[in-house]
Design a binder for this molecule. Structure first.
Ligand SMILES: C[S@@+](CC[C@H](N)C(=O)[O-])C[C@H]1O[C@@H](n2cnc3c(N)ncnc32)[C@H](O)[C@@H]1O
Length: 231
């Protein structure tokens, strides 16, 4: 679904590579763990320490990969389209292999990962189906696919795209798309995944301590985490 219908900010919009290539300078200090890592903590599946090899799609600076390593995942390969984000991931050292590629066509070997994970990238994809299909191709039988996403309700109700402030102080949007929960279910089931778990987080006291200006969004869902299983 087009984001323009919901846009309440009217920021100039750039493509993913341009946007993250600039945002990289202060990305880590602006992304909040409560958006994604707190949701990962709530998942009952997979058992992180049992994961042998993970593919981290849209790995960015390596936050997700580091979180996995801290939970005992031994091997994590990362894929991202933005070279500057990959440079930071390389310096962080959480990943074994880092590849500059699209998350929907990674070039990584098929049936090789017992975990595929993708955190906070799908709002940049016009179509979810190639992502779910690529994750399924990479996964071994029985593997999990964990996807963390902005909640469509939040994007719609706030009218905020993914955005950052550039070196000139201008707020800039990165091309954003809205995917309904039913879009995820259709793409996941269509690719052969079975949904094992779905969690939604809401703007609560923890959130409001970080962003007091968001009081008007109290109790609105902000992000969601899915665990899919390959049969
Ligand atoms: C919000 S960051 C998330 C990074 C990391 N997963 C995290 O949680 O911090 C989004 C990342 O997705 C990457 N990205 C966006 N679209 C992509 C695509 N089609 N293929 C690969 N990477 C993509 C961007 O370059 C950026 O590094």
């Amino acid at each position: 679904m087009d984001f323009e219908t919901f846009d309440a900010r009217g920021y100039r919009t750039v493509d993913v590579r341009t946007g993250y290539g600039e945002w990289v300078a202060h990305y880590e200090s602006t992304v909040e763990d409560v958006m994604d890592l707190a949701l990962l903590e709530r998942l009952a599946e997979p058992s992180w320490s049992q994961v042998r090899r993970a593919a981290d799609l849209g790995c960015g600076t390596g936050r997700t990969g580091q979180w996995l390593r801290d939970r005992g995942v031994q091997h994590v390969d990362g894929v991202d389209v933005t070279p500057e984000m990959l440079d930071l991931a390389r310096r962080r050292g959480a990943h074994e292999r880092l590849v500059e590629a699209d998350a929907s066509a990674t070039g990584l070997p098929g049936e090789s990962y017992d975990l595929v994970i993708c955190s906070l990238i799908d709002e940049h994809l016009p179509d979810l189906r190639p992502l779910y299909a690529e994750a399924h191709r990479l996964a071994t039988p029985g593997a999990a696919f964990v996807l963390v996403t902005y909640h469509p309700h939040f994007i719609m109700t706030s009218g905020m795209p993914t955005h950052y402030t550039n070196a000139e102080g201008e707020p800039v949007a990165i091309a954003t798309h809205v995917h309904l929960i039913s879009d995820h279910v259709a793409a996941g089931v269509g690719a052969g995944w079975r949904l094992a778990e779905l969690h939604e987080n809401v703007i609560d006291d923890d959130w409001l301590r970080i962003k007091p200006k968001w009081e008007r969004f109290r109790n609105h869902p902000f992000s969601a985490a899915y665990t899919w299983r390959k049969n």
